[in-house]
Design a protein around this ligand. Sequence first.
Ligand SMILES: C[S@@+](CC[C@H](N)C(=O)[O-])C[C@H]1O[C@@H](n2cnc3c(N)ncnc32)[C@H](O)[C@@H]1O
Length: 279
Amino acid sequence: MTKKTLSQIFYSANNSSIKHESYFAVYESLFNKFRGGEVTFLEVGVFNGGSLNMWKEYFGSKARIIGVDLNPVALKLIDQGFEIYIGDQESKSFWLDLKSRIGKVDIILDDGGHKNLQQAVTLYYGADLVSDGGLVVIEDVHTSYFRRFGNPGYFSFVNFSKRIIDIVNSRFAYLKKINSKLGSMVWSIQYFESIVAFNIDRSKCKISVPVANKGYSNNATDFRHESDKLIKASELIEQRVHETTGNKKIISKIIMKIFDQIYYLYEYLKSLSINKYLK
Ligand SMILES: C[S@@+](CC[C@H](N)C(=O)[O-])C[C@H]1O[C@@H](n2cnc3c(N)ncnc32)[C@H](O)[C@@H]1O
């Protein structure tokens, strides 16, 4: 028997729910590997319970489905077999208390209040509850562009998430590591229309070091600057100056700094036209 799609399950759910058409494909791609297993799924934002019904049917009988909402009316859903917790997703103490009560989860889906801080706090403290290999998914991030949510602006959740990309990239060995709690938990980030998914895996959040194998070499040279005459000439001059200054380390360092500036300026100016590729 073929399994029902999430969209089919949604339209036939007993309790009412409001989602967006484009979300089902995103959910399927993110959550499919958990389907049928012993997954613990937590959704912030219960409302009438329609989505909890949908998740129960989608993940199957072995799944543990937990709902969180500010509104105590959600407690009615306990009768249908759901675990319900009442609290404010923007509150640190709520998340700490929740962690001690429910333990680890595999997925947190945020469909709560959709405000910048609510989304950031849910990611920051919610990630502590998520097992490696799990996810924190923040949906309806289009509110990052809504005026009534104080956006668009530097402090929107989408802009906050872009800064997490900088933190993730700072794990590259030759960059200055940005120390951050999320940087030690968020392995990768996936962007979809209105949804940002944070893949949690502490074991993979390591400094990345260069590696090489012992394979055959053609003695190929790197052609990356072949068409940039200025950079090629600079490289040659830099090399010569290094050779003539020999092992005078201070001079070598100064030369490197000067040439760093030349390369930087040249590439910076060349990059100024990059936005035309957004059109
Ligand atoms: C969009 S509805 C959830 C819809 C539900 N997930 C569905 O698909 O049917 C948003 C819910 O989030 C709850 N909510 C709003 N702000 C919240 C907060 N700060 N903490 C927890 N829940 C919140 C609201 O009470 C409301 O029930």
